[in-house]
Design a protein around this ligand. Sequence first.
Ligand code: ARG
Ligand code: ZN
Length: 850
Amino acid sequence: MKDAAPRAVLLSDYAPYPFEIDEVRLTFRLDPHATRVLARIAFRPNPAAEPSRTMRLDGEALKLLSALIDGEEVEPRLDDTGLTVDVPDGAFVWEAEVEISPADNTALEGLYMSNGMYCTQCEAEGFRKITYYPNRPDVMAPFHVRIDGEAPVLLSNGNPVHFGEAFAEWHDPWPKPAYLFALVAGDLVAHPDTFTTKSGLPVALNIYVRPGDEGKADYAMDALKRSMRWDEETYGREYDLDVFNIVAVDDFNMGAMENKGLNIFNSKYVLASPETATDRDYELIEGIIAHEYFHNWTGNRITCRDWFQLCLKEGLTVFRDREFTGDQRSHAVKRIDDVVMLRARQFREDNGPLSHPVRPSSYIEINNFYTATVYEKGAEVIGMLKRLVGDEAYHRALDLYFERHDGQACTVEDWLAVFQDATGRDLHAFSHWYTQSGTPRLRVLEEFEDGTYTLHFQQETPPTPGQDEKGPQVLPIAVGLLSPEGDEIVPTTLLEMTESEQSFTFEGLSEKPVPSLLRGFSAPVILDRATSTEERAFLLANDTDPFTKWEAGRALARDVLIRMVTDDAQPGPAYLDALERVARDDTLDPAFRSLALALPSDDDMAQALADGGVTPDPLRINAANRALNQKIAEHLSDVLPQIYEAMEVVGPYTPDPKAAGRRSLRQTALALMSRTDGGKRAARQFETADNMTEQMGAITCLVRIGEGADQLDAFFRQWDHDRLVLDKWFALQAGLAKPGDTADTMRRLTEHPNFDWKNPNRFRSVIGGIAGNHAGFHEPSGAVYEQVIDWLVRLDPLNPQTTARMTTMFETWHRYDTDRQEMIRAALGRLRATEGLSRDTGEMVARILG
Ligand code: ARG
Ligand code: ZN
């Protein structure tokens, strides 16, 4: 039966829940097809809410076996989304028994099974598939959980209370919302360690993996201990339970989940060995372990009042994990990586039909709002706040936040009030960053007269869905000035722009300076400034800020590529020489040099062209990218082999940032050389590589130039037993298929016996690989669009969340020519018309089509 149009949830409708909970006691009798869940919940009226004699509980796909209030049987009124029941005046105890079937739960939300192991995912609203409950984040309670089951490992949140033959009891003393509930049961192996908090409390740490994966958790454990120490040293936050458990699961819709005391991770972000994981994998593991751990304070001890406030925990926690990674590795490189990602995902989102504010005000399915805007732009907003108030005031405000709101479910207003109170600053204008969507365009003009240099700024945010009129944003603009000789004459200065148009002057200069604008990418805006190639090359050579230095090179490459696409121009010597200087500059960090030699992606170029009013042609963009790489390879033919030799890392593989940076530059050199040597060196590296970074690097170079068939076979035979490595094999081929071969490649990969489409990682390897293959995805016949839609139609009834997420591949459809637009519209229309389409996917398709 098809539902009527699902109703939107509105921020303005928020009302507190009429009841509070003193304690939740849950008993699970595990069975794959008939798990029994007994809940005993002590309710009492919430003094802050309207009194009510009926109680509403959320519940989905539950078989209610019995319901009691204060020991007396009751008859609740059941419907599709929960139940309503009459309740006594004052406090009462609700008891219910339900039956659920974890083995049939393919949506991977609630209690489900993965390789015979029971596990849960309750954020955002999965707990309602476990028992009837007020499934909202502002209802917090201590949980007591008993698990009856045969599995050797039985885990839940908090501290262990009792263990015995086929049962375990857990108690979590910290009141928490149900989205942080977790349960795991299975045949798992622990990787144990210990940590002593700075106040001397011992914590037992365990990372649980499947038998066979032991030995692949060392790095995650090391990252966890470093995260725990860092949060103590940087934010004064200590861990608060006797145990901290992490479990790796193969079937997971997202990256990981911060359940109190029992984090559950996509195994991709836990398991690593030198032979199976790349440097990039190690870095992601470190960052995600940190992210989930940091949620213990920013998310768990202080949580969100409602899901509109998601950025309160996610933006802040992303900001914290970025700081951590910067401290552990390199702030310069981390910032550049993050900006590349922000532009690729968040700017893309913010400039299309899915644009929404960091704090949305309405949703149909909340899982559709775990977006780059909430996470990444949410983190940018915190970065701006920190820059505006300064480091010391930022930490004072954070101390106040933890002191004032510990144990509470909060809003963005609470967060801003803490900053206002700690700093005395009026943040009303700044708060628009949370409510106004779209990426501001910042135009700059300059003027120099009588020793006075003036920067004239003008900002404008284009209309986005539901928001036609935009006001000015508060923009922290970090600026430095260089003399024409390349000396820094004005060090980084923060300009605070609050109006639509504003000018800033610098006095007493003897000659016209060269401005270095938006240092550190101090605000998430699109900077629009007509600049000469010479000036960009000058900044690439002389800027002292690593971000703007890199940005100058990126802008050069973008300008060159645009002219190649639109005018068939050839790259000029100014650009190639500037690049050569970077390549030869041994004083630069290798990881930075590697970033500076990389070109913008095809998708970035499509967006840049569309921004400039040119309809992007994916095939031309791809041809230009290949031609420019070829030119660079030829121009740098002397220096590349030298870099390749010099950056060799001798000795056994270690994932440390220094070695990883050298390998990254070495790989950039290899990729360029492969354009001119037919893949000779890459083939040799493939033979000798003793770690996945170099093996994967070599085979990537080969496949990109249309070689590597033998190596792909060899790789498959070597790794067909390792699911995470096999994901790479699938993703590589999908991501690098040539436009003319993409439809066939996709068919071949999806018909492959190892294409387990019900496993989200494997599905994303192929379909997500195609999404990242700009020219292949948009090949002119539209055959790839159709195949992608076929797969989304197939996956949706099983796993709506992953299906809905994958629809974002189409979010940029309005950029392209009318033929492609028509084909995408028709393909999405077919998805939309699918009988029984999920609410998740329905909402996404409707928004994308507009
Ligand atoms: N809170 C998790 C994290 O950011 C994300 C979980 C989201 N899951 C979901 N199904 N919406 O670490
Ligand atoms: Zn998070």
